[in-house]
Design a protein around this ligand. Structure first.
Ligand code: MLC
Ligand code: AMP
Length: 466
């Protein structure tokens, strides 16, 4: 399947002399990218799956394209993944090779005439993306080439995204936002990509002013930081479209950007398991606080605790369920968890609480479970952080929650009962080292005991009480 039509030389981007791709200041032209990726494809073809150490580098993009060319399922690893997280992912996905490491380096200057024997059939697995649940270690979400391609085409249509755009962002390359939309999306549409290395306001300003960026992607934390920097916000006047997602965009951030650069970001909503299902359209007025309507072919409903559908009146609040052609195939090796996230009639339960109005606009109100935290747009499972804390020899009990934060949306806060003296920063660093840096508790509070109910279950709502 032509998940990357660009690679067949059919796409306009191949004809322009501008680089197709710039990551953290280093660039490749379309032909260079194709040739280097073909060398990766030759190396990995036939493997059941391949990993990539997904730092923000040209090497990561070349590895991603090479795996897709060869039709080999790609498993990205966060560059700061600690041993607990990284070993789980490697074991669970049975990957033997992790590209872009000392053992399997990626050469962006490599050239080969290799023509992959496999084509990426629509039903083949393109990606396995690991994402946190409320408990346990992250689950591998198996995404087909067809789900990815369909989603990208629907989004390109909704956003008027063409090869005439230049996309810029600085998001991590191991999740849907930065990798699927931000890299594979740009390659599929044929728009040059400027990855700024990190998603900081100055990088975004420079991408517009010097890199000619017309479209920018960010999580709300990034937009909030851009809005707080007057010169950076003003420089975005030159862009055609700002897009926000991965968490709810606060209305004041939307308004601040609108004042500074003439537009508030267009919002879209989705998750790893469904890809992006709901979005504003670039031709329609934006409604701050609302994330848009279903993409064509997607259906949605909100249901109460009994599974009965609630009225589409913009007021009734229930769990959001969707049916979408962009749905995952399954959670890897977890048939019960896979079955558990679908209602009896096959609708996917998002776990998000929302309302839908008479015109089909969606407002996301929160999440059903307090055990899934969104911090800086990262999804973090409370159970995973609690288990990591309990692995520290001093920790007797631990409970983790997400608390509201003006910068990150939510921050991970841990309440800990310890047997022996231990500093809060040691515990935070311990989690950062074992899982990954963004999962570390930003605040640790020591307690003599945790509030529990008669059944012995921790009462998370009472954790803040002294
Ligand atoms: C700090 N650092 C440590 C550390 N504490 N390193 C080791 N151990 C410790 N204890 C270092 C980090 O390595 C990093 O270094 C630096 O400190 C800053 O890290 P941070 O404090 O974690 O950064 P922060 O400013 O909090 O990050 C904000 C952010 C980030 C917005 C940049 O949250 C982010 O990138 N978010 C994007 C998440 C995303 O893409 N989600 C999409 C999910 S898909 P250094 O050297 O690296 O600076 C999805 C679907 C959809 O949701 O709808 O899109
Ligand atoms: P992830 O699996 O990391 O992709 O996270 C998916 C979750 O991010 C969803 O279930 C939502 O809770 C949240 N999310 C994504 N986009 C939005 C948005 N525009 N508004 C509010 N929440 C969002």
């Amino acid at each position: 399947m032509d998940l990357l039509p660009f690679l067949d030389g059919r796409h306009a981007a191949c004809e322009v002399s501008n680089p197709a791709l710039t990551v953290a200041g280093r660039s490749l032209h379309a032909e260079e990218l194709t040739a280097a990726a073909a060398a990766v494809a030759a190396q990995v073809e036939g493997a059941p799956a391949v990993g990539v150490y997904a730092d923000a580098s040209l090497e990561t993009v070349v590895a991603v394209v090479g795996a897709l060319m060869a039709g080999v399922p790609l498993v990205p690893l966060a560059p700061d993944a600690g041993p607990l997280e990284a070993n789980h992912i490697k074991r669970d996905s049975s990957i033997e090779v992790v590209l872009n490491t000392e053992q399997y380096p990626v050469d962006v200057a490599a050239r080969t005439d290799f023509k992959p024997r496999h084509t990426l059939e629509p039903s083949r697995t393109a990606l396995v993306l690991y994402t946190s649940g409320t408990t346990g270690l992250p689950k591998g979400v198996v995404l087909s080439a067809s789900a990815v391609a369909t989603d990208l085409d629907l989004l390109a249509d909704a956003w008027g995204w063409t090869s005439g755009d230049v996309l810029a962002h600085g998001l991590p390359l191991f999740h849907v936002h930065g990798l699927v939309l931000g890299v594979i999306g740009a390659l599929r549409v044929g728009s040059p990509l400027v990855h700024t290395g990190r998603p900081d306001p100055d990088g975004y300003a420079k991408a517009v002013e010097e890199g000619g960026a017309t479209m920018l992607f960010g999580v709300p934390t990034v937009w909030s930081r851009v809005a707080a920097s007057a010169p950076a916000a003003r420089s975005l006047k030159g862009a055609r479209l700002l897009v926000s997602g991965s968490a709810g965009l606060p209305v004041p951030v939307f308004e601040k950007l609108r004042m500074a650069c003439g537009q508030g970001p267009l919002e879209r909503y989705g998750m790893t398991e469904t890809l992006i299902t709901v979005s504003g359209r670039y031709t329609e007025p934006r409604r701050p606080g609302w994330v848009g309507r279903c993409l064509p072919g997607v259906r949605s409903r909100v249901v109460d605790d009994d599974g009965s559908e609630l009225p589409r009146d913009g007021e009734s609040v229930g769990e959001l369920e969707v049916v979408t052609p962009t749905i995952m195939d399954r959670y890897l090796n977890l048939p019960e968890a896979t079955a558990g996230c679908f209602a009896e009639d096959g609708w996917f339960r998002t776990g998000d609480v929302a309302s839908i109005d008479g015109e089909g606009w969606h407002r996301i109100v929160g999440r059903r479970s307090v055990d899934l935290i969104k911090s800086g747009g990262y999804r973090i499972g409370a159970g995973e952080v609690e288990s990591a804390l309990l692995a520290h020899p001093a920790v007797k009990e631990a409970a983790v929650v997400g608390e509201a934060d003006p910068d990150l949306g939510q921050v991970v806060v841990a309440y800990v009962v310890a047997d022996t003296a231990v500093s809060t920063s040691e515990l935070s660093d311990f989690v950062a080292g074992l899982l990954s840096v963004h999962k570390r508790p930003r605040r640790v509070e020591m307690r003599d005991a945790l509030p529990r109910n008669a059944m012995g279950k921790v009462q998370k709502a009472r954790l803040g009480e002294r």
